[in-house]
Design a protein around this ligand. Structure first.
Ligand code: COA
Length: 384
């Protein structure tokens, strides 16, 4: 029997703080008129001191689980697509796993820049289809504001913070994610990069002085690449799904720049109103932009049950990808008081469980670590 991966839950989270173009014009030599005419962006959200990539991911994931009406312990795998992880390791996904109390879930981060959400959707879908898991939480979450050079007007105007999440579930019913295209061209790696902070150029006085931990971009080259691959990969994903462009009800593109989306619409000979666009309010939230746009489109009734959707994105790497999804779910009714109480209890239990595990690990260290004779294995390791 064939297995299919269906989207059964979705959620988003954005910081409260809004940074408008006029605010930016007080920080760098730019104007609202320049930013709107070149990008379509009017404002973006910026994480507050207590908000992080993980905290936004947890908020979006909690909402997605509510829509899907499933418990965290039903999740088999958590994938966080991000370019602004909390640390090099542990993964942001592991922090999300702990906070949600997803006690049975594996967890990993996925790095494919702004195409990351499509890639994560692809990894989860293929694992569900081959039967190695049944329920996956796929998250795109970013605090790119922390990787920006706030004196570089060519980049700091473009990006914003936020998170979006999908719950995917296996089913024998045909539908859900129908096709996937995932591509890369590393020869363009230098066009969009954060050069320092990895193993090639570890943090040093010089890297910090020269702003090498921030986003560096050749905007024009990225623009040309983006318009080309948006058109190509949309056509390819639609053909792989066995559909025509005329069968597509809505395209949810990566929200980098309104002009890129308009160019893609012209290239595909589709009316602009086929495209879900919210870049004016959030800027480019990288891996989060597609799920955030989708959540808003569902909320507004722009995406309806049984629609055929295209998700399409591009980003550093260079990477790009597209997917056709049959949006064949009707969201369950909102949780009643009992449901909300149950969910809150589970989150509370997750916190307690996480705390107890930490204490347990410390005790283990005291009992078996310091006092154990040198060379002695812990008790769960069988003696030779
Ligand atoms: N405000 C005012 N002027 C600005 C500016 C700003 N924020 N940023 C750049 N400029 C200036 C430049 O300095 C340049 O001036 P000059 O001609 O005197 O040198 C001029 O505007 C044109 O710059 P250019 O970079 O050629 O502008 P552009 O029309 O290509 O627009 C981008 C710049 C970044 C908006 C556009 O290239 C773009 O959107 N590229 C894709 C980026 C992207 O999507 N990245 C993320 C991928 S996931």
């Amino acid at each position: 029997m064939n297995r299919y991966a269906h989207v059964v839950g979705w959620g988003m989270a954005v910081p409260e703080k809004v940074l408008t173009n006029d605010d930016l014009a007080r920080m760098v030599d730019t104007t609202d008129e320049w930013i709107v005419s070149r990008t379509g962006i009017r404002e973006r959200r910026i994480a507050g001191p207590k908000e992080t990539t993980a905290s936004l991911a947890i908020e979006a994931a909690t909402r997605a689980l509510e829509v899907a009406d499933i418990s965290p312990d039903e999740i088999d795998m958590i994938i966080v697509a991000t370019s602004s992880p909390e640390h090099i390791f542990p993964s942001t996904a592991s922090l999300v796993q702990d906070a949600l109390g997803a006690s049975r879930a594996g967890a990993f981060d996925l790095s494919a820049a702004c195409s990351g959400f499509i890639y994560a959707l692809g990894m989860a879908t293929n694992s569900i289809k081959c039967g190695s898991m049944n329920t996956a939480l796929v998250i795109g979450s970013e605090t790119l504001s922390r990787l920006l050079n706030w004196s570089d007007r060519g980049t700091c105007i473009l990006f914003g913070d936020g998170a979006g999440a999908f719950v995917l579930r296996g089913s024998d019913v045909t539908g859900g994610v129908m096709s996937l295209v995932m591509r890369s061209d590393g020869s363009g790696g230098d066009l969009l990069t954060v050069p320092a902070g990895g193993s090639k150029m570890p943090a040093s006085y010089e890297t910090v002085r020269d702003n090498l931990h921030t986003i560096q971009m050749d905007g024009r080259a990225v623009y040309r690449f983006a318009t080309r691959v948006m058109i190509q990969s949309t056509r390819e994903a639609v053909a792989c799904a066995g559909l025509q462009l005329s069968d597509i009800d809505a395209i949810v593109p990566h929200q980098a720049n309104r002009r890129i989306i308009e160019a893609a619409a012209r290239g595909l000979e589709l009316p602009e109103d086929k495209f879900v666009i919210n870049v004016e309010r959030y800027g480019n939230t990288s891996t989060a932009s597609i799920p955030i746009a989708l959540c808003e489109a569902v909320e507004k009734g722009r995406v309806k049950p049984n629609d055929h959707l295209v998700f399409v994105g591009f980003g550093a790497g260079l990477t790009w990808g597209a997917s056709v999804v049959h949006w064949d779910v009707t969201p369950p009714p909102p949780l009643d008081t009992w449901g909300r109480l149950r969910r809150r209890t589970l989150t509370g239990v997750a916190k307690v469980r996480s705390g107890l595990r930490r204490v347990g690990r410390q005790l283990e260290g005291v009992v078996y670590g310091k006092n154990a004779p040198e060379g002695e294995e812990p008790p769960h390791v069988k003696k030779k």
